[in-house]
Design a protein around this ligand. Structure first.
Ligand code: SF4
Length: 76
């Protein structure tokens, strides 16, 4: 299983939900736009906590978080 996770920084509205819920994976940059924690192991996170990553996608109020599972986008 290969997971790909990314954030569309152009639409992030800085709600902080992802940062609060999953700080191992998400953090704010200097402008309070969400970004991935640089050393986060997304494949390991996906294997151990798929539900949390899917919840992050679904709970983002801006639809800014994207997750692909073996090339297929997980629907928000
Ligand atoms: S939950 Fe979405 S809108 Fe809120 S900080 Fe994270 S990426 Fe940005």
């Amino acid at each position: 299983m290969t997971a790909k996770l990314w954030i569309d920084s152009d639409v992030c509205m800085s709600s902080g939900r992802c940062v609060a819920d999953l700080p191992r994976v998400f953090r704010f940059d200097d402008e309070e736009i969400a970004e991935l924690v640089p050393d986060a192991d997304i494949d390991a996170e996906f294997d151990a906590h798929r539900d949390l990553l899917v919840a992050a996608v679904r709970n983002c109020p801006a639809g800014a978080i994207h997750l692909q599972e073996d090339g297929v986008e997980v629907e928000a």
